[in-house]
Design a protein around this ligand. Structure first.
Ligand code: GLP
Length: 241
């Protein structure tokens, strides 16, 4: 596991570089994308590069990690809406090749098909991840088995509280989600995780201590071959000393 401690702006640029390098070097790149506030700076950087004519998403396929159960893609708090708004509407990606798990209809069936679709596309080349304050990745909460594929998950109280800031009231936050499982995420050939801010210190400290436990979902990454963790200098600078 590689660790990079950098100012936030530089993290966005470096991670955008990793994406750009893949997109320009591979004919049909497969991206694994994430929502949350953390990756937005990377998406802004990618949009800028597209607008400057340095990058095209024409041949890109993308798979997002998760979606709230009960929200369709037109709902302004759905992750499909988030992705359109923060990235897809601003670049030349073919929206038919952007996949977000479906949070409506037969969730079990949607979940089963999602992993098959990822595999059929050739698997994810590069997965970007944020992290929840309880150490969740995507919506894999503590206790999720490491061998889980895409599935329906119940959100913890902590996650509901954390995510309430995006909703009018805490009662509006969905309590369930459809999420790629830890095993689906681990299949990605390369993984980049970004953690910004004090509420991530606990989970990151445990991760860097080498913990591998169901109690800390992100810790599954300690068993992956190619992971780079980007930590903001303002919060994590003390680790350099
Ligand atoms: C949600 C998402 C996660 C994300 C987390 C952290 O729970 N399902 O994928 O990592 O939020 O969000 P933020 O980046 O806003 O801290």
């Amino acid at each position: 596991m590689k660790i990079k401690i950098l100012p936030t702006d530089q993290i966005y640029k470096e991670v955008a570089d990793v994406f750009s390098n893949l997109i320009t070097s591979k004919e049909y790149p497969i991206l694994g994308l994430a929502t949350g506030s953390t990756p937005v700076g990377v998406y802004n950087e990618l949009i800028k590069r597209y607008q400057e004519g340095k990058l095209s998403f024409k041949n890109v396929t993308s798979f997002n990690l998760d979606e709230y159960v009960g929200l369709d893609g037109n709902h302004d708090q759905s992750y499909r809406y988030f992705m359109n708004h923060h990235l897809f509407n601003h670049v030349d990606i073919d929206k038919n090749k952007t996949f977000v798990p479906l949070g409506i209809g037969d969730i079990k069936d949607n979940a089963k098909k999602y992993d098959l679709m990822i595999d059929a596309a050739g698997g994810i080349d590069l997965q970007i991840l944020g992290i929840g304050s309880d150490g969740h990745i995507a919506f894999n909460e503590p206790g999720t088995p490491f061998d889980a594929l895409t599935h329906e998950a119940e959100l913890t109280e902590m996650t509901i509280k954390d995510n309430a800031r995006f909703f009018e009231s805490i009662g509006d936050v969905p309590t369930r989600a459809i999420t790629m499982g830890l095993a689906s995420i681990m299949k990605a050939r390369k993984i980049v995780l970004i953690a910004l801010g004090k509420n991530k210190v606990d989970a990151i400290t445990r991760l860097l201590n080498g913990e591998v436990s169901l109690d800390l979902p992100v810790s599954v990454l300690n068993t992956h071959q190619d992971v780079t963790i980007y930590l903001d200098k303002e919060t994590f600078g003390y680790l350099e000393k």
